[in-house]
Design a protein around this ligand. Structure first.
Ligand code: E4P
Length: 217
């Protein structure tokens, strides 16, 4: 499973990128707002840093305006993925932009039928939001499972990009189900390393190494 980092914080992306943890980046208007940066400038900086797909989201609501914004965003770099919402206009924009050879991420997906439409419209990525479903007591992972089954049934090449990830368990569960990509905030990716038994075991090894006077270099 590929890891995308869900942030417009360039320093955080850089830190994870140095460890080889960043296969791509996703942003949205809320994350751009949080960064306090100009969308075109910060997205360019991210694309200069990361070779993989970088999603930048349109803000228009009608198809023609989304297409114009998508073309402008795509000029930033070759690895830009134009992110459009899962509306009828978003699907029209997806079809046009993907026919032009651009990568498109269809976002705000909350249903398997929506994901089916996005694949038909030529989406490169579909972004089901699992955390926001969990918030409503609907199991977001069931949606990932359903989309996996549907796409596999018909050989759709649209990649499942599990989004709105809130926990380390979301990451491992998405990997078990077979999501192609999971996009998570930096703190979730960093939390994946933590286990109390690792810390406990290390404390013992450190104490024993000290007691035995073990030195390697
Ligand atoms: C994905 O592309 C979105 O940017 C993101 O995962 C949304 O997550 P949230 O529900 O935590 O805002």
């Amino acid at each position: 499973m590929k890891f995308f980092v869900d942030t417009a914080d360039v320093a955080a992306i850089k830190e994870l990128h140095e460890l080889g943890m960043v296969d791509g980046v996703t942003t949205n208007p809320s994350l751009i707002k949080k960064s306090g940066r100009n969308i075109l400038e910060v997205t360019k900086e991210i694309c200069d840093l990361v070779d993989g797909p970088v999603s930048a989201e349109v803000v228009a609501l009608d198809a023609d305006a989304m297409i114009a914004e998508g073309r402008k965003l795509a000029e930033i770099a070759e690895n830009i993925v134009v992110k459009v919402p899962l509306t009828w206009d978003g699907l029209k924009a997806c079809k046009t932009l993907s026919d032009e050879g651009r990568m498109v991420n269809v976002t705000l997906c909350f249903g398997a039928s929506q994901a089916l439409l996005a694949a038909k419209a030529g989406a490169t990525f579909i972004s089901p939001f699992i955390g926001r479903l969990d918030d409503m007591n609907i199991d977001g992972l069931d949606l990932i499972q359903d989309i996996r089954e549907i796409y596999d049934n018909y050989g759709f090449e649209t990649q499942i990009l599990a989004a709105s990830i809130r926990s380390v368990n979301h990451m491992s569960d998405c990997a078990k189900i077979g999501a192609d990509v999971a996009t998570a905030p930096p703190n979730v990716i960093q939390a994946m390393v933590k286990h109390p038994l690792t810390d406990k075991g290390l404390d013992t090894f450190v104490a024993d190494a000290k007691a035995a006077g073990i030195k390697i270099v």
